[in-house]
Design a binder for this molecule. Structure first.
Ligand code: ISL
Length: 573
């Protein structure tokens, strides 16, 4: 067995684990205010236990002005009353531990809210002791504060517009890679780092089992020897530039993560989980971040496969080619085969729904394509992440008007694009396809008017398809998407080859069928998934397949010779 699966000579527990992401605002509302909360999560823990997941990653529940639904934190060591209380969080930890599940918190420390006391203090005066906890810069040389183009660098923010916001009283700008209400912390300052580590230790002491680290590959900015941040290459058709070379995996990123590991995790149990969210990370970098010998993080979220349908931006939507997906996943499987570990995901709170994006959400193929995609993902080598609602095949929302959107990214983009002259109908179509709100509509628990999510008015509309697509309808149906997820999760727990087997891609050039093997100590699984409506003769694709033992399939087991539309089979050869 390769060194990567070993922590102190043991196979790391998370090789056999499946993680479930809860986006609390949309999971379950217990108090009728229309927003999901910790009480709601406590009510639905049995659903997660039935599914068999090992870990819950909880998106932010800390006090926050909610400009970015909690990814703008104003107090790292409390719970927003919108979601509940610290007592409930403690209750959640115990209730989850009692069921054998772990709780992983979201750690958002690239930036804080502009209402965080640290930022309020930093902003109060150029002499403030906390001034240097954030990134302040004067206007570009020779230009006046506020003049167009006077921003210290030309970088474009992730949420449209420049990354610099002018603070009028001081005449200086502060940096925000995301919204202006999310100022970036200055990790060059050791006091910032120690404050973050202390906060992390406080949560671990409370009993949480690890962290999902928001945009953690952006915390080190490239300040050259001259202390300056530099312009990036101009973006086509824009006055702004791409600053990513200055903040993705910056010069001190490994140093910071190793320091964090030492300061926070040394001497603690091996039963913790760390996963770094890393937009733009390459497989070579990921190998360094996840090499256990380096002591950084257990695994990372990479973004290659969720960028394959992007053109010049995520709003410039292109059809996905299966061979590109295979090439990408194949490269990540191979790249982290000997050292490091993959996280596997289709969906999260930032992505459109998988069945609508990678599958076929027509009534005829929705169930089959959702189960096919799940099979494909869970049979790869790595730790699978299931995003709330994915386990029942939730689909994109049929948005028709701007008023239906809530997400800051979508709303900012609409303002910018329309003011730049884009056709509003075209902009709306892109939001409908790619907007993050697709993932944020309430979980569909049952067929009642608000899908069992709330007794009040939901903060964002419930998908009208909930009358048919809901947990209650699927719970006892062995053919459901939910039951299929249960089987896939169980398979990873019981079958070592699923957790640990080597990965080998088959049919790399095929445009509709995705096939691979997993092998461990002479045991081999053959996984074959038809990602299309075209039926195939199995023997013509993979001669060894028709005679093999069926371990798990997503369609009734009545036609071994054919690979039917959206059929997935896991075979033992
Ligand atoms: O959502 C995206 C696609 O446009 C990404 O750019 C996303 O913003 C990026 O993956 C970082 O995401 C994380 O940090 C953001 C927050 O809005 C996201 O919800 C979070 O997952 C800022 O904290």
């Amino acid at each position: 067995m390769a060194a990567d699966q070993q922590e102190g000579g043991q196979v790391a527990w998370w090789t056999r684990a499946v993680v479930y992401q809860v986006y609390p605002r949309s999971f379950m509302d217990s108090d009728g205010d229309g927003v999901g909360d910790l009480g709601g999560l406590l009510l639905r823990l049995d659903h997660l236990a039935d599914l068999g997941v090992d870990v819950v990653w909880l998106s932010p529940v800390y006090p926050s002005p909610q400009a970015d639904n909690g990814y703008d934190i104003s107090d790292y060591q409390d719970i927003d009353p919108l979601f509940g209380s610290l007592e409930q969080l403690d209750e959640l930890i115990s209730a989850m531990h009692a069921r054998g599940m772990k709780l992983v918190m979201d750690l958002v420390v690239n930036h804080t809210s502009d209402q965080h006391p640290w930022f309020l203090e930093a902003r109060s005066s150029t002499d403030s002791a906390k001034r240097d906890w954030y990134w302040w810069r004067p206007p570009r040389a020779g230009m006046a504060a506020g003049e167009p183009g006077a921003e210290p660098t030309n970088w474009q923010s992730f949420f449209s517009g420049p990354v610099w916001e002018l603070d009028e009283p001081s005449g200086e700008y502060y940096l925000h890679l995301f919204d202006r209400r999310q100022p970036d912390l200055n990790w060059e300052n050791p006091d910032v780092r120690q404050a973050v580590y202390a906060m992390m230790r406080w949560w671990l002491d409370r009993g949480v089992d690890g962290f999902r680290m928001d945009v953690i590959n952006m915390i080190s900015k490239d300040v050259g020897p001259d202390g300056h941040l530099h312009d990036g290459p101009p973006l086509p058709g824009s006055s702004l530039g791409d600053g990513s070379a200055s903040y993705l995996s910056g010069p001190r990123i490994h140093e910071f993560l190793q320091e964090m590991h030492r300061e926070v995790f040394t001497g603690r149990s091996d039963a913790l989980l760390t996963v770094g969210e890393m937009p733009g990370v390459t497989v070579e970098q990921a190998r360094l971040f996840t090499d256990p010998a380096r002591g950084e993080v257990d695994m990372v979220f990479q973004f290659e496969h969720v960028g394959l349908d992007h053109g010049t931006s995520k709003w410039d939507v292109h059809p996905l080619r299966l061979r590109d997906l295979k090439a990408s996943f194949g490269r990540w499987q191979a790249g982290l085969a000997e050292v490091g570990w993959n996280s596997l995901y289709w969906d999260n709170h930032d992505q459109p729904r998988a069945v609508s994006r990678f599958g076929d959400d027509s009534p005829e193929f929705r169930r089959d394509s959702a189960t096919c995609l799940a099979t494909l993902l869970h049979l790869h080598r790595g730790t699978p992440y299931v995003y709330q609602g994915e386990e029942i095949g939730m689909a994109n929302f049929p948005f028709t008007a701007l008023e239906e959107f809530r997400d800051i990214e979508s709303l900012n983009h609409h303002v910018q694009a329309v003011s730049a002259g884009d056709d509003p109908a075209h902009v709306l179509a892109a939001l409908r396809t790619m907007g993050r709100d697709n993932a944020r509509t309430p979980v569909q628990w049952d067929a009642t008017p608000n899908a069992g999510f709330t007794t009040g008015t939901p903060w964002i509309a419930v998908n009208p398809d909930h009358a048919e697509w809901n947990v209650a309808a699927q719970r006892d149906d062995e053919q459901s998407v939910l039951a299929h997820h249960r089987r896939l999760i169980a398979l990873r727990h019981t079958d070592d080859v699923v957790a640990l087997g080597d990965f080998h891609m088959l049919l790399p050039g095929h445009d509709e069928v995705y096939a691979f093997t997993r092998s461990l100590d002479g045991d081999t699984l053959l996984v074959v998934c038809n990602l299309s409506r075209t039926p195939y003769r199995l023997a013509e694709l993979l001669p060894e397949a028709p005679g093999a033992e069926l371990v798990l399939g997503n369609l009734p087991d009545d036609d071994p010779a054919q690979l039917r539309p959206w059929e997935a089979r896991v075979l033992r050869v």
